[in-house]
Design a protein around this ligand. Structure first.
Ligand SMILES: Cc1cc2nc3c(=O)[nH]c(=O)nc-3n(C[C@H](O)[C@H](O)[C@H](O)COP(=O)(O)OP(=O)(O)OC[C@H]3O[C@@H](n4cnc5c(N)ncnc54)[C@H](O)[C@@H]3O)c2cc1C
Length: 129
């Protein structure tokens, strides 16, 4: 059987490839970049040295196919589940915004946010640092 050729090794291409391969259909995934993942990738911030996720940031329970894909490839246990969804945004000029279901619960510049650490920690737990 000739392999199915999938152009692009982003989430869609990888999920399609895994789906076909799990049904014993030969598949070739072509990716132009050196690493798979497409727009869902991480990089090391040159200033802080932190690993920054480009996406996916928001993964909700309704993403049934994504969750099934992660289960199939054996990485579902690596998801960090927030019991109370809350997102920290950072803009180089405007500073931080901590959103809790759309409500701003803390704001400030990178320096000022230090004073809000306790507020953020109350929502995110100690692992946010
Ligand atoms: C900053 C950011 C934040 C995001 N946050 C979220 C989020 O919180 N929640 C959410 O659900 N989604 C989020 N997204 C969107 C999500 O990342 C994308 O919807 C998803 O990753 C798209 O996957 P994809 O496989 O469809 O496309 P892509 O990830 O774009 O993959 C396409 C792949 O095809 C490759 N390609 C293209 N043309 C060729 C070619 N001719 N030959 C070989 N390879 C080729 C590309 O290099 C790429 O790797 C975010 C995206 C960004 C950029």
């Amino acid at each position: 059987m000739n392999p199915v050729v999938i152009v692009g090794g982003g989430l869609s291409g990888l999920a399609a490839g895994v789906h076909l391969a799990s049904r014993r259909i030969p598949v070739v995934v072509l990716e132009q970049k050196p690493a798979a993942g497409g727009r869902a990738y991480s990089f090391t911030d040159s200033v802080s040295g932190e690993t920054v996720d480009n996406g996916q940031h928001l993964l909700i329970a309704g993403y049934t196919r994504t969750l099934r894909f992660l289960e199939t490839i054996g990485t579902i246990n690596q998801l960090m589940i927030q019991p109370r969804p809350c997102i920290v945004f950072h803009h180089p000029v405007r500073g931080f915004r901590v959103m809790d279901f759309g409500e701003v619960i803390a704001r400030g510049t990178s320096d000022e946010i230090q004073g809000n650490e306790r507020v953020i920690e109350a929502y995110l737990g100690p692992q946010w640092r």
